[in-house]
Design a protein around this ligand. Structure first.
Ligand code: MG
Length: 324
């Protein structure tokens, strides 16, 4: 089974949804509009993410505070991708029967602490016991920042410049006591600042790796191709370490390792020139390429321009959680 074809099957039913659905399946969060009373109009965004032992985290070799934190921050990265503001979260936990009372309490304390640290209080949930590894499903609610409509995946246009926050690759590597896929900071403030200063035309957070996530943004926006400049890619120190171990070039780790939880976004060139800073709150904002119309239906969506100016079509080397 392919995750991507299952999702297309789901998105195929979007047109049948009621009018109050302002963001149907296919973006980082869904959203509905409602009248909060008094004839106004409010919008609430919602998303759910799972953290499965053996898939997204290795519980035997990870502290419970990191497990709980990641279950929350994965979701908050989706809130950041919409440039929205977290409101509250609920968690559904399936605990292995032998997990133990004190470890379960420590896990829930870490979930609560992580959520509170981002002003996204944990306000409920459900607990079950089962004979399988730990599974945490966190649902997060969010609202738009006043005056800032949620930034979708679908607004990129011909000629827009392509940007990324932070540095990419090597998220599983522990370096200087920091392991990115566990300890990353969801880009909530950076995203809202971006939306306030330059209004990205489209945005997504990098969970599966740029090679997998960038084609999702392009597909949502229409028939577009992205040309990424290798020389501009912000490659992390951890990606260099990963490359030394794997024998593959560092850029492949930056494009394909996944779990960067950085923001990938497009901006109109005039907007970018006038308003886009080189960093926000110490987080670098790097132009890595541009998007254009697809020349023919067979053209792959992702092109990489090497340091000699040669253009190479790139495979999706990001992984799909649902397997093959
Ligand atoms: Mg996302």
């Amino acid at each position: 089974m392919r995750e991507s074809s299952l999702l297309l099957h789901v998105y195929g039913q979007n047109a049948a949804l009621p009018a109050r659905v302002s963001l149907p399946p296919g973006d980082d969060m869904g959203a509905v509009r409602f009248d909060p009373g008094g004839g106004g109009d409010a919008e609430v965004l919602v998303a759910v993410d799972q953290l499965a032992d053996g898939v997204h985290v290795d519980v035997a070799h990870t502290s419970l505070s990191q497990v709980g934190r990641k279950a929350v921050t994965r979701n908050l990265s989706d809130v950041a991708a919409m440039a929205a503001v977290p409101l509250a979260a609920v968690v559904a936990a399936c605990l292995p029967r032998d997990f133990g009372q004190s470890r379960a309490e420590a896990l829930f304390d870490s979930l609560r602490r992580a959520a509170a640290a981002f002003d996204c209080p944990l306000i409920g949930g459900d607990i079950a016991m089962w004979d399988h590894p730990l599974l945490l499903s966190v649902t997060v609610l969010a609202r738009p920042e006043p005056g800032i409509a949620p930034v979708k995946r679908s607004g990129a246009a011909e000629g827009d410049l392509l940007y990324v926050t932070g540095r990419l690759g090597g998220s599983l590597i522990e370096l200087h006591g920091y392991t990115h896929h566990l300890d990353f900071e969801p880009r909530l403030h950076v995203a809202r600042r971006l939306a306030a200063v330059c209004r990205p035309s489209a945005m997504i957070d990098l969970s599966d790796g740029m090679a997998a996530d960038l084609p999702r943004l392009l597909a949502a926006s229409g028939d577009l191709v992205a040309q990424v400049e290798l020389a501009q890619l912000p490659i992390s120190e951890a990606a260099q370490v990963a490359a030394a171990g794997s024998g593959r070039p560092p850029w492949q780790h930056a494009m394909g390792d996944g779990e960067d939880y950085e923001l990938l976004f497009t901006v109109d060139p005039a907007q970018a020139r006038r308003h886009l800073p080189e960093s926000i709150e110490g987080v670098p904002v790097t132009r890595i390429g541009r998007v254009r119309k697809r020349l023919n239906p067979d053209e792959p969506p992702l092109l990489l321009m090497d340091e000699e100016g040669q253009v190479h079509p790139l495979d999706s080397t990001g992984w799909e959680h649902a397997g093959t």
